[in-house]
Write a protein that binds this ligand. Structure first.
Ligand code: CLF
Ligand code: SF4
Length: 500
């Protein structure tokens, strides 16, 4: 398999995501003990590096939910782990197992099977655990992963451990019942519907108890939080501190999705979503020395493929019924592909650790330049390899004199929906430019004449010069060129900070 050429990128920015173990630097997992590293290095959600090379899939076996969140309409996917969009097919455990084997045979990079909805997996324990039971027997090379609101978690910890599920996500939006009452109108608990602050108190207690029980058993826990401006945005730093103290491995602060068309309470009430810059600021504030996840794509509950892509249409029930699956043979091929990826990544790490002879005085004495945000169009593999007009999202990096860090992605409607239909382009282009708030440079494999001119007018420098280059090399080259040309003089605040 082709992997990106080795990057000479310098260490990440101080305090950045890479330093805290979730970043783009190849050695981002180096500080972890071997047994933890083995658990996360090919999990696309738990390792930012892995998501460039490994895929995940979800099976939608869990229709019911035991709580109501104000950002959810269960006609749509669970917002804990999804973007709104109706689940195409609800499945039985048998169908889910067949689909998983079919995908794993066809996409050997698929390392993780998650159950994340469309309701709450642990509110559907028979369906969820039957799926896990069959898969742990038939496909022992697939990691099993589950995402839950946490209400039923303490009762399920033993069974999760029995099925070797060593990655659990709990969505924790608050630790204060007063705030929780504004997020959860009710829960269904011990055969009763409970409302208000009492409902939130029970939910919070169950979530915290479940978190403690899981970490005590060595199961890796990721905490997801939905950022809801004006409701819990000021409170999530405290949530981060508490879940970290209880042993959560990773915190993933996601933006609220509240479009009126989805029919959710927040959507209908006009609750606003956070802007990308507000989200970044909160993620930075929560980070401290805790690993933050910044590459989450808020997947559908039936997503298939690399994060950010969905190949579900290739594996519909009617299609997988006709597929011949020899899973024993597939496991041999899968092991080979995983070894190749691991070897390539190890070589990349070794080269990065080696002394650099081409280097630069720049690194010893970086130019007094400010940092800047660069957006990259990529369809995976860590390369600048997507046409501007086809991009569904842009990856945003902050690059400074001595390093870079991944900040997150900005979703968009592709400017050019097909080879002939760039029709509605003006509106879409305006939306894309608005979504790139704070970005100064945009890299893509190609950019058309019209968007090029509009991007420039909006103060964003477009560039197609780094097509097919590894992202880390490309953003470093762009930064160095601008700095050398004196176009990145430090902002007055940065000068003052350096002087201090
Ligand atoms: Fe699925 Fe979630 Fe497991 Fe990943 S997704 S159950 S941990 S395998 Fe990943 Fe998707 Fe974000 Fe979830 S990008 S929504 S964090
Ligand atoms: Fe919806 Fe998930 Fe909340 Fe249940 S836990 S109401 S499915 S977002």
């Amino acid at each position: 398999m082709e992997l990106p050429v080795i990057s000479n990128a310098p260490p990440a920015l101080a305090g950045g995501c890479s330093e805290s173990g979730c970043g783009t630097a190849p050695d981002a997992l180096a500080h972890l003990p071997d047994h933890i590293r083995a658990k996360v290095q090919d999990h696309p959600c738990y390792s930012e590096e892995a998501h460039h090379h490994f895929a995940r899939m979800h099976v939608a076996v869990a229709p019911a939910c035991n709580i109501q969140c104000n950002y959810c309409n269960r006609k749509y996917d669970c917002s804990n782990e999804s973007r709104p969009g109706v689940v195409s097919e609800l499945m039985t455990p048998n169908q889910a197992v067949r689909k998983t084997l079919a995908v794993a045979a066809a996409i050997p990079q698929m390392t993780v099977l998650g159950i994340a909805g469309p309701g709450d997996p642990l509110a559907n324990p028979e369906r969820t655990f039957e799926t896990f039971r069959q898969l742990s027997e038939q496909a022992p090379d697939i990691k099993l992963c589950v995402s839950t609101n946490g209400l039923a978690l303490p009762d399920c910890v033993e069974e999760l451990a029995r099925h070797n599920i060593d990655h659990v996500t709990i969505t924790i939006n608050c630790v204060d019942p007063g705030i929780g009452a504004k997020i959860y109108p009710w829960i269904f608990w011990q055969n009763r519907r409970i409302r208000g602050v009492e409902a939130a108190r029970i939910l919070i207690e169950q979530q915290q108890k479940g978190l403690e029980m899981l970490t005590a058993r060595g199961i890796l826990v990721k905490v997801n939080s939905v950022m809801i401006p004006g409701i819990n945005d000021k409170h999530l730093e405290e949530v981060s501190r508490i879940v970290k103290a209880k042993g959560a491995f990773l915190h993933n602060v996601m933006p609220l999705i509240a479009e009126a068309g989805h029919g959710t309470y927040y959507g209908l009430m006009g609750q606003r979503e956070p802007t990308p810059l507000e989200l970044e600021a909160l993620q930075d504030a929560c980070a401290g020395d805790m690993s933050m996840m910044r590459h989450c794509r808020q997947c559908r509950a039936d997503a298939v493929g690399m994060l950010g892509e969905d190949r579900g249409a290739e594996f519909t029930l009617d299609k997988i019924e006709t597929m011949e699956i020899d899973y024993a043979a597939a496991m041999v091929e899968r092991a080979k592909v995983h070894r190749e990826i691991a070897d390539n990544l190890e070589m990349k790490r070794a080269l990065q650790r080696a002394p650099k002879f081409d280097a630069p005085a720049r690194r010893a004495d970086p130019p007094a330049s400010r940092s800047l945000r660069i957006a990259v169009a990529s369809k995976g593999g860590g390369l600048v390899n997507e046409h501007f007009g086809h991009a569904h999202e842009f990856l945003v990096y902050e690059v400074g004199p001595s390093g870079h860090r991944f900040l997150g992605h900005r979703k968009c409607t592709p400017y050019c929906m097909g080879d002939t239909s760039c029709g509605d382009g003006e509106t879409v282009l305006g939306q894309i430019i608005a979504s790139l708030e704070g970005v100064e440079v945009l890299l893509a494999s190609k950019i058309g004449f019209e968007p090029w001119a509009d991007l420039e007018r909006a103060g964003i420098r477009p560039s197609g010069e780094h097509a097919m280059e590894p992202i880390e090399d490309a953003i470093r080259a762009v930064y160095d060129e601008l700095a050398a040309a004196g176009k990145l003089d430090p902002a007055p605040a940065e000068v003052a900070a350096r002087a201090a």
